[in-house]
Ligand binder design. Structure first.
Ligand SMILES: Cc1cc2nc3c(=O)[nH]c(=O)nc-3n(C[C@H](O)[C@H](O)[C@H](O)COP(=O)(O)OP(=O)(O)OC[C@H]3O[C@@H](n4cnc5c(N)ncnc54)[C@H](O)[C@@H]3O)c2cc1C
Length: 397
């Protein structure tokens, strides 16, 4: 029997054998369902084409702003003040529709807005956060450099102090939104060797960004190379809370938490599509889902996503009670992304040849998961953070 991607996607339903749904509050479900509807009606229809053409769908910025997801669990300054679980569920839904769009959200909300919220002055927060929450102003977060990836504490970008401010010189790599941002949070080294962060309006002379071309992952969002050549910023653009490399931790922990839900959302989508597909695709005169080997794959996928849902929810509840630690978030991120990689691969297999077509969504997820597996701390770096907590012995400084 021949089937189409439209008929398969129309038949996708949430699969919830363990009644995880019963663990969410009414408000959490309402937020998730609102974002799910935005994703279903506005993100999914154009996602495969945008990914294929490596085009960032900027027409989604205003509707994305209206979902209220940006700024997530922060309060004041026009921010939603959601619970961490609601924020996680919203990110899960965006990632279902487009891993690239959820990466945009992680940069805008999880990194740039979080840096301003957690480390900025009152004036900086009032100026930037309300329009960023509406997606009217776009942010970037520049930590990584060509020579400093996992070892981000080794950044070389220099900030030389002058009477009225600072002059920044250096190069950043892999920076999301660098070409479309209005403001970039740039991490740099002061003359005394200490690390600080600055808000750099991208219209300033000396700021230049170019898109990194030919990516095979995260194609519908742009990572960039940024060059700073004698880029002058006034003194008031320095983030007062960013004192030393340790200041990156609160921001990265917040963002890493959101990124973990991204892996869950993509895995859920892969699983539910594989389930719908294998029920409607017939071979040997019966649905593929009726074969024992296919059922084994589906059950293993369900097992993986259910455990990830429970772990994500548990960490979200701990975060809401202010009881979460950095190693807990690292374990969640590495666990969810490794799980997503396995589930996407099984789902791709179950879709046969159609599994490599972008229209069936799974291949795009499979490729996008690779980028997320690496950013917000690679799998290995997060494992070393957990290993330190477990053993008391530090493998990296
Ligand atoms: C899609 C995407 C978006 C990104 N967005 C941003 C952004 O917006 N802003 C930003 O600042 N950065 C961003 N990054 C950069 C990202 O944070 C880095 O890619 C990441 O930290 C890894 O650095 P690297 O790529 O240089 O890899 P490397 O650090 O060179 O790592 C290469 C390999 O070595 C392993 N490794 C490194 N050190 C150790 C160790 N001590 N022990 C064991 N194994 C080790 C790593 O796990 C990895 O497998 C993004 C990256 C990607 C891919």
């Amino acid at each position: 029997m021949s089937i189409t991607h439209d008929s398969v996607l129309a038949g996708v339903e949430p699969a919830d054998l363990m009644s995880v749904e019963s663990l969410f509050s009414e408000e959490e479900r309402a937020i998730r369902d609102r974002v799910r509807e935005f994703v279903r009606s506005e993100v999914v229809p154009g996602a495969a084409e945008a990914w294929d053409r490596a085009r960032f769908p900027d027409e989604l910025l205003a509707p994305l702003g209206r979902t209220g997801v940006l700024g997530g669990c922060f309060t004041g300054y026009g921010l939603p003040g959601w619970s961490s679980v609601s924020y996680g569920l919203a990110l899960q839904e965006i990632a279902r529709g487009s891993g690239s769009l959820s990466t945009f959200v992680h940069v805008q909300s999880g990194l740039a807005m979080a840096a301003i919220y957690l480390l900025g002055s009152e004036e900086q927060k009032q100026h930037w956060l309300p329009p960023m929450a509406r997606c009217e102003q776009i942010g970037a977060f520049g930590l990584t450099e060509p020579g400093a990836g996992s070892d981000a504490g080794a950044i070389q970008t220099l900030a030389i102090q002058h009477e009225d401010g600072y002059v920044l010189t250096g190069e950043k790599r892999w920076i999301g939104n660098g070409t479309i941002a209005d403001v970039a949070v740039i991490w740099a080294r002061l003359e005394n060797g200490k690390i600080a962060a600055f808000l750099v309006e991208t219209a300033r002379p000396g700021y230049q960004a170019e898109v990194i071309p030919r990516k095979g992952s995260q194609r519908a969002v742009h990572q960039t190379r940024i060059r700073l050549e004698n880029c002058r910023v006034p003194r008031e653009n320095r983030l007062p809370g960013a004192v030393g490399f340790g200041s990156t931790r609160s921001v990265l922990a917040h963002s890493r938490y959101g990124v973990a839900w991204d892996g869950l959302g993509q895995a859920l989508d892969c699983f539910e599509i594989a389930l719908a597909y294998s029920k409607s695709r017939e071979q040997f005169g019966r649905p593929v889902a009726s074969f024992q080997l296919a059922q084994d794959k589906l059950v293993r996928m369900l097992d993986e996503v259910t455990r990830a849902q429970l772990l994500s929810l548990h960490v979200g509840r701990l975060k809401d009670r202010d009881e979460v630690t950095v190693p807990m978030i690292s374990l969640l991120k590495m666990s969810n992304l490794a799980m997503a990689r396995r589930v996407a691969s099984e789902a791709r297999d179950l879709l046969g040849g159609n599994g490599i077509l972008l229209d069936y969504r799974v291949m795009e997820h499979m490729a996008d998961i690779e980028g997320v597996y690496t950013y917000e701390g690679t799998h290995d770096v997060n494992a070393l953070i957990v290993g330190h907590a477990l053993t008391g012995l530090r493998a990296i400084s």
